[in-house]
Ligand binder design. Structure first.
Ligand code: SAM
Length: 216
């Protein structure tokens, strides 16, 4: 398989060495071919320790950040997960190996269409793609075991809190336009527990309960 050595190196030196412990996450990141989610012109940088451009002013996140966020979802395999910000589809492809059903929302249609082609090529069948504003609820009734927001929010939208199952986890970067902190919010039977993780920099979450386009 192409770039196998580079993926092993990425897992050892960018992820395990920095404290990523969840074996399922490490294994998934060793198997998903990150280069297939970016333009062939930049394949030589596919396993570098950084975010990369995917067109439309958007990015595929740094592998370490993807690993931290995925680990914070605490997935065991049976969950239904909502991802906001499909982007290239890389994060979704990882989630497809770690949970049962993935709903992934992207506001930029061409990115969603491109991700759909990649999922088809890789024979991924448990990702349901939706084009639209992911700060709005997908449906009035649906609730999820995990919600991962891969764009930066000015605050935690109630939409996500309301869509969490009891014992569910929300992972979301919150802050200003230029720097954020990663939050994990757990819904317990007796209320919410909020933990902060690492500082980070994400592209903005644009939508009704995110940033306005004119603010970005
Ligand atoms: N998870 C992606 C991946 O694996 O490539 C990286 C996501 S990129 C850092 C953030 C994405 O969020 C962009 O594609 C952007 O268009 C999308 N986005 C921003 N605001 C959104 C919204 N309100 N609803 C859905 N997608 C949104």
């Amino acid at each position: 398989m192409e770039f196998e050595k580079e993926r092993k190196h990425m897992v050892e030196y960018q992820l395990r060495a920095r404290g990523i412990k969840d074996d399922r996450v490490l294994k998934a990141m060793e198997s998903v071919q990150r280069h297939l989610f970016i333009d062939e012109d930049i394949w030589d940088r596919a396993y570098d320790d950084c975010a990369l451009p995917i067109g439309e002013g958007q990015t595929i996140s740094q592998p370490y950040m993807v690993a931290v966020m995925t680990e914070l979802l605490e997935l065991k395999g049976e969950e239904t997960v909502l991802e906001i910000g499909t982007g290239s589809g890389y994060q979704g492809a990882l989630l497809s190996l770690l949970a049962s059903d993935i709903f992934s929302v992207e506001r930029i249609k061409v990115l969603a269409l491109r991700a759909a082609v990649t999922f088809k090529k890789l024979n991924i069948k448990n990702i349901h793609l939706v084009v639209g504003d992911g700060t709005l609820a997908l449906s009035k009734e649906a609730v999820y075991d995990g919600i991962i927001v891969t764009a930066a929010a000015p605050r935690i939208p109630d939409t996500y809190i309301n869509q969490l199952k009891v014992n569910g986890r929300l992972v979301i970067p919150v802050g200003n336009r230029f720097s954020q902190v990663l939050y994990q919010v757990k819904k317990t039977p007796s209320g919410f527990i909020t933990n902060t993780s690492t500082p980070c920099v994400f592209v903005p979450l644009i939508g009704k309960y995110g940033w306005e386009k004119s603010e970005t």
